[in-house]
Design a protein around this ligand. Structure first.
Ligand SMILES: [Zn+2]
Length: 564
């Protein structure tokens, strides 16, 4: 079943055979012995041509053989490091097709697992003591459905009143700040809401400290740029390096950073991803197409000299992220039918009209780049697909334009996405955010995060965490995809559950396809990069509601051990 190198005829010549035998090099093959062999494994290859194997061999950072213990043993040489994993399960390294590593301020406190409001205040207060006087106290990822409502200035004033406090809601579309952050920016009851954003207010019209959407958040800063975001490369690089360690611990070997300002893309270049051991695909921020243009021109110029920094096996930058429409967990996504708990409320109007969206997508398509468009509500998705259809009609190619999230679907939209060759990167966060989708109504749940339908229609499905929107661990995500059951034990839209194998495929081959890399990664196949993970259990033997407990024991990237 496995792909095997054709035996070289001269290997059978007597003299050479003796040499092979006496030195034990490479098992009678003129190629050097593998550097690494993994034996006694239960390998789930995610390669339909060879779905299971016992052992694998790695040379020059690639799989060179995947097969039985005997086959691999015959290739082991004196220089081969042999790792006996004693029957443990091995899968391809995970590819998280949409997360945010660069978007988060360095030093910010991760609040995504906090279950109580007091715990959030405590963690932020502890962090405040380490921040320089007057500096921003920052957090991200709080979940209002878990802590019983949103944070506001009254809560955050408990962290401190002499330092500005800023917390990203888990959706990244809502923000909570303390009184000082508001007063320093001169925001009062008289301040008008900006277009596309909102300050939540109490009965007197006084801002509560909860802000909706970016235009409101930008009003906190003199030039609209959050002053705590990494402006300099070294801070950004240090933050990314920490993030990569964290990703290795959960078995991630490739990821797509889903919103990278073109000017900061250089942080990834500086980082030297090969030495960090992470393969990264960038979706550049389409809000600043001038910088994207500049970066692409620099890339083309460097490529002419044979020095292409962003088209390597470690770093790619061929996609542009656009936002169209709003947030699902923030309940601002635009829908065709009203929210079930708010009659007459369809969500916020999308940022731009169809003609403008058409122009934006056409521009990305013309540049030969991949458009990755954030859209959650069916109304928003419909507009995006119409724009893609128009852009592609005049210049068809293997574009793989992406719908990010595509949370509320219907049959017509799925059909259109399939016909257009669009890739979908859906949410997988019912475990954490089940209560949030109550607002969408039971009738709509079977059309939300339509993972099973996406696969039925044959649409490429690129699994992801959208970290920090939901937790980074792929096994928690897979549990959520397989069970669609919340932390509290409620199942939402059971018809959209998928199998462990389907979820594993979406978390490996799915991301590889989305970045045009299905020939070099995503499965344990001879010739692909040797990115793989050793697990504590075979996920097929684990009760679906406990899949998140499958532990990553070791992570290898390009055949190098990166975490154990
Ligand atoms: Zn995102």
């Amino acid at each position: 079943m496995h792909k095997r190198r054709a035996p070289r005829s001269h290997c059978f010549a007597a003299g050479l055979a003796i040499l092979c035998f006496t030195t034990g090099l490479g098992g009678c093959d003129d190629a050097p012995a593998p550097e690494l062999a993994i034996i006694n494994a239960n390998i789930l290859t995610v390669d339909p041509a060879n779905p299971r194997a016992q052992a694998l061999a790695v040379r020059d950072g690639q799989f060179v053989e995947v097969g039985s213990n005997d086959e691999i043993r015959s290739h082991i040489g004196s220089a081969t490091k042999v790792v006996d994993v004693e029957g443990r399960t091995v899968v391809p390294g995970f590819n998280d097709a949409h997360l945010h590593a660069l978007l988060l301020p360095p030093r910010a406190v991760d609040l995504s697992d906090a279950e109580h409001r007091d715990e959030i205040i405590r963690r932020l207060a502890a962090h405040a003591r380490e921040v320089e006087p007057g500096g921003w106290v920052l957090g991200y990822g709080y979940d209002d459905t878990v802590i019983g409502g949103h944070l506001d200035r009254i809560a955050l004033d408990r962290v401190g009143t002499d330092q500005p406090v800023f917390v990203f809601h888990g959706s990244l579309h809502l923000y909570a700040v303390n009184s000082l952050a508001l007063s320093a920016a001169g925001i009062t009851a008289e301040t008008k809401d900006p277009h596309g954003g909102k300050f939540e207010r109490d009965a007197n019209g006084t801002p509560t400290g909860l802000l909706t959407e970016r235009p409101a958040m930008e009003m906190l800063f003199v030039d609209g740029q959050p002053s705590f975001m990494p402006g300099d490369l070294s801070t950004a690089v240090a933050g990314l390096s920490d993030f990569i360690r964290k990703a290795h611990r959960v078995g991630i070997t490739s990821y797509t950073d889903a919103l990278v300002p073109a000017d900061l893309a250089f942080a990834y270049w500086w980082l030297d991803l090969e030495s960090e051991g992470m393969r990264v695909n960038l979706l550049l921020d389409g809000k600043d197409m001038k910088s994207v243009d500049r970066l692409m021109r620099a890339r083309n110029a460097l490529a002419w000299f044979g020095l292409n920094p962003v088209d390597t096996s470690w770093l790619r930058a061929g996609g542009v992220k656009r936002f169209h429409g709003h947030s699902l967990s923030g309940r601002t996504a635009r829908l065709f039918e009203a929210y079930s708990d708010r009659p007459g409320y369809f969500g916020e109007e999308p940022q731009v009209a169809q003609a403008e969206l058409d122009r934006e997508i056409a521009k990305i398509h013309e540049l030969g780049l991949q458009a990755a468009v954030h859209a959650n509500g069916d109304y928003e998705i419909d507009m995006v697909l119409a724009a893609i259809e128009r852009a592609v009609a005049s210049a068809p190619r293997d574009h793989r334009h992406r719908l990010e999230h595509a949370s509320v679907m219907n049959g017509a939209l799925l059909e259109k996405a399939r016909d257009l060759g669009v890739v979908i990167a859906p949410h997988s966060y019912i475990y954490e955010k089940g209560p949030m989708i109550e607002a969408y109504g039971e009738a709509r749940w079977p059309r939300m995060f339509a993972n099973a339908s996406i696969l039925e229609y044959g649409i490429p499905n690129a699994a992801n965490s959208d970290f920090p929107v939901s937790g980074l661990s792929p096994w928690l995500r897979i549990q959520s995809l397989v069970t669609r059951t919340s932390r509290a034990g409620k199942t939402y839209g059971a018809e959209q559950r998928i199998t462990v194998d389907q979820a594993l495929h979406a978390y490996t081959m799915g991301g590889a396809y989305a970045s045009f890399e299905e020939d070099v990664k995503g499965s344990i196949t001879s010739g692909k990069y040797a990115d793989f993970v050793v697990l504590s259990d075979d996920p097929h033997d684990v009760e679906p509601n406990r899949l998140s407990e499958v532990a990553v024991l070791a992570t290898y990237v390009g055949g190098k051990l990166r975490y154990e």
